[in-house]
Design a protein around this ligand. Structure first.
Ligand code: QUE
Length: 339
């Protein structure tokens, strides 16, 4: 079973169960997850939901390897992203307390399964990131919603660089709601299952995002991707940031910047519908194939992006990714619980 459902003491427990694939979410899991949530939403015996990852990690993302292997313009590309994004919205609208334990890797699709819930528990091993610009994709699952809400250009920074965020910073940015030391996680889970309460532990780790770093991000990550590169080129002491960004997919960087810049005040539903159109276009570009090969299949980590640099981006291609309609646009349902 790739996903396991249990009920203990009026708590519905969901365990992502593909530990060898870091619990990456595939279509089958997304369908079962969504069906079970719908059942539990209407079940008076269920008072709350707990989401766990089997093994050492929460969830590495969507199963983009299968998406890639399904070939150009496949049915799976349509089905997987429409199911995943509608599940993200379903979680946002789920009317009962929903808690995720952020053990280990919490990336991409894993963020989408947890960030719209009520409680996200960071622990000592938590590694949170939106790393999709490394695979020729973009920060989806509502990245244009929750990253755009982060202040002082932080969301743009996280979406472009894919940088890992940990304990204290996750709390400071309100990405996690609570911290719990690794050796107290089982206590926290038992308590939540019994009565829905959550112990909040004081976090002792220090922050990696110093005031100086946050100030740097605020100053240099405004505007479009060309302005951002220009800004960074003109400062010293940038800690290899330019080199890091130059390794990412240029078209992904341009798409991510535009997406986050233009998403302020959009609803999650609207963001996901826009992202769906982008998902279909981006997963059928050469760069996605290149990125998946480089990072997940051959693992040589030397993708040959086309175009190679942001300066070679064709603005018509860039705007067509956002503006040209596709055959099967995603139209999500408004929830009866809509907030
Ligand atoms: C960027 C990503 C993903 C990634 C690596 C990136 C991603 C994803 C996985 C992943 C990791 C391990 C697995 C798996 C998938 O890695 O979205 O099936 O076993 O799912 O640099 O966006």
């Amino acid at each position: 079973m790739e996903i396991v459902f249990e009920v203990k003491n009026s708590t519905g427990i969901i365990t992502l169960n593909r530990p060898k694939a870091l619990n990456a979410l595939n279509l089958n899991m997304a369908i079962q997850f969504s069906d079970k949530l719908r059942e539990w939403e209407n079940d008076n015996k269920i008072e709350r939901v707990l989401l766990l990852g089997e093994g050492n990690h929460f969830c590495a993302g969507g199963d983009v390897k299968s998406v890639h292997l399904s070939g150009p313009f496949s049915k799976l590309k349509q089905e997987f992203f429409s199911k995943e994004y509608s599940l993200n919205l379903q979680i946002k609208n789920f009317p009962k307390p929903y808690l995720s334990i952020w053990k280990g890797v919490v990336m991409g699709g894993g963020v989408g399964l947890s960030i719209y819930g009520d409680y996200r528990i960071a622990t000592d091993s938590t590694k949170f990131a939106m790393p999709e610009t490394s695979i020729g994709f973009f920060p989806d699952v509502g990245g244009s919603f929750f990253l755009a809400k982060l202040e002082n250009n932080l969301g743009k920074y996280l979406g472009l660089t894919g940088e890992i965020v940990q304990g204290k910073d996750l709390i400071n940015f309100n990405l996690a709601t609570h911290y719990c030391p690794e050796n107290k996680i089982n206590n926290l889970i038992s308590q939540f299952i019994i009565d829905g309460s959550i112990t909040n532990y004081e976090i002792e780790n220090s922050s990696f995002f110093t005031d100086e770093k946050l100030d740097f991000i605020d100053k240099n990550f405004s505007g479009n991707i060309h302005e951002i590169f220009n800004n960074i080129q003109n400062v010293n002491n940038q800690d290899g940031l330019l080199e890091k960004l130059q390794k990412k997919c240029p078209m992904s960087l341009a798409v991510t910047t535009l997406l986050i810049k233009n998403s302020n005040n959009r609803s999650l539903k609207n963001c996901l519908e826009i992202e769906y159109r982008l998902s279909q276009k981006m997963t059928n570009r050469h760069d996605f194939e290149e990125g998946i090969q480089a990072v997940l299949i051959e693992k040589h980590h030397k993708p040959k992006w086309e175009p190679k640099t942001i300066d070679e981006i064709n603005n018509n291609e860039l705007s067509s990714l956002f503006n040209d309609p596709i055959d099967n646009e995603l139209k999500l349902q408004n929830s009866i619980y809509s907030s």
